[in-house]
Design a protein around this ligand. Structure first.
Ligand code: PA5
Length: 447
């Protein structure tokens, strides 16, 4: 089971500073369950693991099976919460070099619609010319420009290469039940669809078809992912006392460090490159949920030990406004031993017979001690191994921790009004119909 150690953060705070948040953290956990808090129409994610039936998982697996049979490549079009969860889980579970392998058991899962780079889209189009590809178009609003633009190109190419009839069988839409352009196109063209529930916001949607379908297409066990999340739903329920409730403890510690300790930046550190996108997903979850009303811990991340040779100096010695949360994996999935070498030219014989993971673990421990000595409070989240079950736990733990933490911060963790500002300017600059006044105003500003 996932564990959380806050002792090396508590030591930076006055005694009782974290416990001071115990009552409000548990009240927040209860409010999430009873749907009595800010943003209460977006709390479907709280019980999503236990609400997800085996029949629904089977339905997703059936669709994934069809795509897997008909496609060597599946492009997932989506941005923000409509892609990061799937990307995080697929990257964590995949062989690091699978994309180079010749004998593939699974289709390649590629992502698009998360940027507006012409070069990216051109290069994707070129690659797809020789692929039997399908598309999963994911957009809750159905109107997000990045995703809609990529989907327009992908759909056309798919229809050109496979014919309209066959394309229809390999294009799937995951969107709102009724609203939005993605829904309208899906209904008109007869694509298979899955609904993003109204009461689940994008960044909390990884355990809906938004995450589950691409993950199943990649060949991973979504039943186990949901099981892990279910167990974490139970472990973080409002009935679990504060001291044993990892989500409440995490939320309380973050808020104590922010308010009492003056720590404005949280750095999520992993020691497994496969977890890079787990950090990206986490950054979106916490950044978009908490960064509002002039408040919020800035979520940053590093991949270690890689970034000890780039950001290590800053973490050790820079401005002391940071704390570090280490994402630790107890067991590697493979064993690599360091050999004895007769010549010992590299001087590494002292490691002979040890597992590489032991070296990594000592780097982790040594770094933790160094950073604590450097004045960086340290939290440690530990999972048993990287697999579907443990990732399911981790995802739900972070979601629940985020909901509680945002409520402790007294913001609405489930809205994102700030995201609209750039869109308004972009549409005005591009002369979108309906934006005439904004177009005139912005053009006057940039003369
Ligand atoms: O968390 C969120 O709500 C956002 O990050 C959305 O997921 C993102 O903006 C994409 O929105 P949509 O799914 O409507 O295209």
């Amino acid at each position: 089971m996932l564990t959380l150690d806050i002792s090396k953060a508590a030591s930076f705070l006055n005694e009782g500073a974290i416990e001071k948040y115990a009552h409000s953290a548990m009240q927040a956990a209860l409010a999430l369950e009873e749907k009595t808090c800010a943003g209460n129409d977006f709390l479907g994610w709280v019980t999503l693991p236990t609400d997800t039936t085996d029949a629904f998982i089977a339905e997703i697996n059936q669709c994934a099976q069809r795509l897997r049979q008909m496609c060597d490549t599946i492009v997932v079009a989506g941005i923000g919460g409509s892609y990061l969860g799937a990307k995080a889980v697929i990257e964590a579970l995949s062989d690091s070099f699978q994309w180079l392998a010749n004998d593939k058991n699974n289709p390649d899962i590629l992502f698009a619609g998360n940027n507006i780079s012409e070069d990216y889209l051109y290069e994707l189009q070129q690659l797809l010319k020789t692929r039997r590809f399908g598309v999963i178009n994911i957009s809750k609003s159905g109107t997000t420009t990045e995703t809609a633009l990529a989907f327009r190109l992908l759909r056309k190419q798919c229809e050109q290469q496979r014919g309209k009839e066959e394309a229809r069988q390999v294009i799937v839409a995951i969107t709102d039940a009724k609203k939005g352009a993605a829904r309208a196109a899906a209904d008109k063209e007869g694509y298979s669809t899955f609904v993003i529930p109204d009461n689940v916001g994008g960044r909390f949607s990884v355990l809906t078809p938004v995450g589950l379908l691409p993950i199943a297409c990649a060949g991973f066990d979504i039943q186990k992912l949901v099981e892990g999340a279910r167990d974490m739903q139970a472990a973080t329920a409002s009935g679990v006392p504060f001291a044993q409730n990892p989500a409440a403890l995490y939320a309380a510690t973050r808020n104590a460090l922010y308010n009492e300790g003056g720590k404005k930046i949280e750095i999520l550190a992993n020691y497994q490159p496969k977890l890079h996108f787990t950090s990206e997903w986490w950054k979106q979850l916490y950044g978009e949920s908490e960064g509002k009303d002039g408040k919020g811990i800035f979520p940053a991340s590093v991949d270690l030990t890689t970034d000890l040779h780039s950001m290590g100096q800053w973490i050790q010695d820079g401005e002391r406004t940071i704390f570090e949360t280490v994402l630790s994996v107890e067991q590697s999935n493979h064993i690599v031993l360091v050999d004895e070498d007769e010549e010992n030219l590299d001087g590494l014989n002292f490691l002979a017979g040890k597992r590489v993971d032991e070296v990594n673990k000592m780097a982790e421990l040594g770094t933790q001690i160094a950073h604590i000595d450097g004045g960086v409070p340290n939290l440690r989240i530990s999972i048993e191994r990287i697999d579907e079950y443990n990732l399911g736990q981790l995802l739900y733990f972070f979601e629940k921790g985020c909901g509680i933490s945002g409520l402790l911060l007294e913001v609405n963790p489930f809205d994102q009004p700030g995201v609209e500002a750039y869109k308004k300017n972009m549409f005005a600059l591009l002369g979108k119909p309906g934006y005439e006044a904004e177009t005139a105003a912005i053009r006057a500003r940039i003369k």
